[in-house]
Design a binder for this molecule. Structure first.
Ligand code: SF4
Length: 248
């Protein structure tokens, strides 16, 4: 597996406009919902940015970073901020989810995008792995962060995926929810350790799985214990509704 970068993250277009490297945008032409977390079930538009700084074995969006399996020239395009704002403005849906990959890799270019989206009357949720602290310009009214630190059981070294100073920066932002993917009781114990150590709140738990059957089974394993800890629970609505189809 390689994460080498055969395509550079050039931040401007030939005309000097601010650009982002995008994997896919969806929700305008075929409407959909935010599938996870505090806004689960809300109508939403999605901007999925390409590239990630982690290499989780259980990643379900490898087309954003795993160039041993995917061709970055096919899986990513450069879009100007103006193009992305206009695309979202073509829909009445208020919520824009900026996800990845890891979107905050491109946060310098995200500042004008988020400012444009807020000015257009949208609200923004970032889906981030919690390893890169947001710049102050992104910690703004109308912006929320769904921070999803990855546990060792997700197939990643926690020395890379758990960055205490960054988690604490998200806590201090007061604009973050901490959403953990879990499949076992041992995962819940590890989440409790992290939540205690870094004062993470609110904690959301989401069952691991990319099929209806897996999500249902894991929900039944975890639900009582999540409730007993007074945490929040979210499903993965896009998997239940659309069978994890890309672009839904
Ligand atoms: S942080 Fe998220 S996008 Fe990046 S490799 Fe892990 S699961 Fe995939």
């Amino acid at each position: 597996m390689t994460t080498s970068e055969p395509v550079s993250l050039e931040p401007t277009s030939d005309k000097g406009e601010s650009c982002l490297i995008v994997a896919e945008c969806f929700g305008v032409e075929v409407p959909t919902f935010q599938g996870e977390g505090p806004s689960c079930g809300h109508p939403a538009l999605f901007i999925r940015l390409s590239r990630c700084n982690l290499t989780c074995e259980k990643c379900d969006t490898r087309y954003t970073w795993d160039w041993s399996q995917f061709d970055p020239r096919k899986e990513s395009t450069k879009r100007t901020v103006a193009h992305l704002v206009a695309w979202t403005a073509s829909s009445p849906v208020e919520l824009v989810v900026i996800t990845g990959g890891e979107p905050l890799i491109q946060q310098a270019q995200l500042v004008p995008l988020v400012q444009g989206l807020i000015a257009a009357g949208k609200r923004v949720e970032f889906e981030t792995n919690g390893t890169i602290a947001p710049v102050p310009e992104l910690v703004a009214d109308g912006v929320r962060f769904n921070v999803s630190p990855k546990l060792a059981s997700f197939g990643v070294k926690e020395t890379k995926s758990i960055v205490p100073a960054v988690l604490e920066a998200f806590v201090a932002s007061r604009r973050a929810a901490f959403k953990f993917v879990a499949s076992t009781m041992a995962d819940l114990d590890r989440i409790a350790e992290l939540a205690d150590a870094h004062r993470l709140a609110p904690v959301w738990v989401m069952p691991e799985g990319t099929t209806l059957e897996a999500i249902t089974a894991t929900t039944r394993v975890l639900a009582d214990a999540v409730a007993a800890r007074h945490w929040h629970f979210t499903t993965r609505l896009h998997v239940l509704a659309f069978a994890d189809a890309r672009g839904r």
